[in-house]
Ligand binder design. Sequence first.
Ligand SMILES: Cc1cc2nc3c(=O)[nH]c(=O)nc-3n(C[C@H](O)[C@H](O)[C@H](O)COP(=O)(O)OP(=O)(O)OC[C@H]3O[C@@H](n4cnc5c(N)ncnc54)[C@H](O)[C@@H]3O)c2cc1C
Length: 557
Amino acid sequence: MKYDADVLVIGAGPVGMTVANELLRHGVKPRIVDKSPSIREVTKAMILHVRTQEVLDKVGVAERARREAQPLKEVVVHAYGKHVGSWDLDDIDSPYKHPLIIGQNRTQHLLLDLLHERGADVQWNTEALSFEMTADGVTTKLKSIDPATKAESEQTIRSQYIVGAEGSNSLVRRSLNFTFEGERYTGEQFIQADCKIKWALPKRRSYLFLTPVGYMMVIEFPDDIVRIFISLPDDNATGAAAAASQLGAVEAMNEAPTLDEIRHHFEQLSGFSCELSEPGWLARYRTSHRYSNRFSRDRAFLAGDAGHVHVPIGGQGMNTGIQDAFNLGWKLAGVVKGSFKNSILESYHAERHPVAEGLIRGTNFAYQGVLHPSELRQWATRMFGPYLIRSDRVQNFMRNTLEELKVFYPESPINLDLGGAKGPKPGERIRDAEMVRASDKATLSLNEITRSTAFTLLLFAGTEASGAYPDIAKLATEIANRYAGTVEPYAVIVDPKLPRDLFKPDRVLIDTLHIAHDAYGVAGPAFFLLRPDTYIAARGPLSAQEKLFSYLGQLLQ
Ligand SMILES: Cc1cc2nc3c(=O)[nH]c(=O)nc-3n(C[C@H](O)[C@H](O)[C@H](O)COP(=O)(O)OP(=O)(O)OC[C@H]3O[C@@H](n4cnc5c(N)ncnc54)[C@H](O)[C@@H]3O)c2cc1C
């Protein structure tokens, strides 16, 4: 069968461009089309959470984003007229220590630059109109508009797979008759402005004001710009009723707010006077939550807003979409290249659908809580908030939830748990740890090692000098020969004096201080298989080698 492209990605928002970049990084060149003429220059999703930065590190843009973003280290909380304390978002247990504030358009430009560097481009002004999927491929009808002459032309493109990353009105989702259940919040509207501000509170922090009638956030962008985000009651009953049938996360309402209107509500909700100037993006909208009943069928996949939309509380929408893309990219590339069996693709829906479900539940719960606080909740927050917010438990819960550090796949069909360790389980995010490479004594972190596009197999010798090294070297050599380029084995030893000539010294990591052994809860000889998207695939005692081989045999070609 001849294809025009292995993968057609529909939509060049942040999610489509992440899928495309991941495919390219893993050696597959996709086609990517978007009906818009270019990136839309609005700041929309302006927060990159820590887990997303970890993901973008592998994709290849985290460092660039960090260079131009504003760090978000602290959110000061004022609740119902009282300053209750701060959420500390700094020094998070990750190579990326805090969230970053950067406009969505800038994130998209960084992803587009990377696409260009990798020899690909977006075909702008090109809309996917329809597609037909058969057992051996997908034929998609595209309509392009020449920006100079406005002449329209149609073409069909045959690909092995398609990815619908075309936002909440997804053609792929509608064509496959997937549902998109949920509801629009009709009692509230949001107004927001990017602008400069003069007020009494210090810079380099963000602020949350909870009030009986709504909430407000003030978040600092680079260049002394802030995003002011305000929820208000929506008293336009007709508009609200009509809005209930809209599908998108956000329905733009006709009149953008003026800076004066923003200032009026700002002063009312915060109790602080302010001067606002130099308005950038001003918007007024309603919001909703919905998700598709399926994220894939056969050769078609949904990612990002195409599959799920939620209220923008906690800034999770784009972040979750980028993580969908990251989950899908390596699997799809591996199947296209013939390295993985097709069945791995089923794990995409199995892993990402529960994440979207959980996110919608969580954001809805948080939203209802802040929007309609009972008198009792307001009183309790004023009374106990200052104590609660200081507790490590509350702080850790907030950090882990907001920063998406506990997005795990415990029920994934591609997990293999044979025990052998007390640390993280299959389906959990990898733990970082620094070790010394035997070949050149360089300090190397697992974060760096897992930038590879292959699976990483850590073969731990155990914390006692157990004599396991020859076994480890034999297993590592066998894996390296059988799965060259797909699985990269590393021996992790505690005693630098062990014989190193049995296995490649650049694949021997010395863990004298037991940092990696402790991070993975390993005492005796054990293995951990890490996926290319930095989740744990499998773990077990070294004695369970046969089961490891049979697992790899089921997954890989
Ligand atoms: C005001 C606002 C604030 C937000 N704040 C946050 C935040 O703080 N944090 C966060 O994580 N998220 C936030 N979001 C949500 C975030 O913007 C979205 O989740 C994100 O844009 C989704 O990315 P996407 O790539 O899935 O879809 P989109 O960004 O919608 O991109 C889809 C692309 O597909 C193209 N397209 C559509 N149909 C077709 C077709 N048939 N053929 C070809 N191309 C097509 C479109 O032109 C578009 O470029 C916010 C959204 C809004 C509106």
